[in-house]
Design a protein around this ligand. Structure first.
Ligand code: DX5
Ligand code: ZN
Length: 237
């Protein structure tokens, strides 16, 4: 869980209070043999995005609650935990105990997203849903009040390092319009293929938070890349 950090741009555990772009590096792209160093290398991040893959909902495996708890011990930053798993109902409590500040589940993996969101909030975390690129947003617009964040996938979930899908920005524009019309306090985050080449378009469409895996970890200086991504998004917003 989050405690205050020394990062002046961070807004731990809360939505986009300062209205500055939130940069959330994905540790999926980190070297797991040196997790402590890899987390230290992104000290300029606002949040840390934690990708959980179960080999069923997506055809790839990453790690589970124990590694999430280890990450939580290594940092005070907000943990934005993206569950790409079947049966998220069975797991949300375990991930919140492990230190998840925000729990993101996939709507394709549950029959009752509003109820699951309410449970996540009752357990003390921020609630979020995500959708595969092929899943329309329209079916979920009437349950937005149950959520603190929506994660738009701009790649097919399962792997880092894929190409950004610009057509997914239409969902961001729809969401931005509805959230603003209803006056809701919901963070719009985007995940997949975010880099210096794509972040401006995502910011322009209305995203508040930006996941970046390979762009950050493949950079020579990850902290500098985080700053460049932040500046690029801020210039548009
Ligand atoms: C994909 C994951 C992403 C991924 C992002 O399933 O949800 O968070 O790690 O990686 P890049 O930024 O490399 O596309
Ligand atoms: Zn993710």
């Amino acid at each position: 869980m989050t405690t205050p950090t020394n990062n002046p741009t961070a807004t731990p555990g809360t939505p986009n209070a300062s209205n500055a772009p939130i940069i959330a590096p994905s540790i999926l792209a980190a070297n797991f043999a040196h997790l402590d160093r890899e987390i230290e290398a992104i000290s300029n991040a606002d949040w840390i995005h934690v990708d959980i893959m179960d080999g069923h909902f997506v055809p790839n495996l990453s790690f589970g609650p124990d590694v999430t708890a280890t990450v939580n011990k290594l940092t005070d930053k907000t943990l934005d935990v993206h569950l790409m798993i079947e049966n998220p109902e069975k797991w949300v409590e375990r991930y919140i105990e492990a230190g998840a500040d925000t729990v993101i589940f996939h709507v394709e993996a549950t029959n009752n997203p509003a109820a699951l969101a309410d449970r996540i909030r009752e357990l003390g975390a921020r609630s979020a849903f995500s959708l595969r690129p092929g899943t329309p947003i329209e079916d979920y617009l009437d349950i937005l009040e149950h959520f603190d964040e929506v994660l738009i996938m701009s790649v097919e979930p399962g792997f880092g390092g894929q190409s950004f899908m610009p057509d997914q920005l239409e969902k961001v524009r729809t969401l931005r319009r509805i959230i603003d019309e209803k006056g809701l306090d919901i963070t719009i985050e985007i995940d997949g293929g975010i880099s210096l080449d794509t972040i401006a378009a995502a910011a322009e469409a209305g995203c508040d938070a930006f996941v970046a895996g390979s762009a950050v970890y493949k950079a020579e200086d990850p902290n500098q890349m985080i700053q460049e991504l932040r500046n690029t998004a801020a210039a548009v917003r």
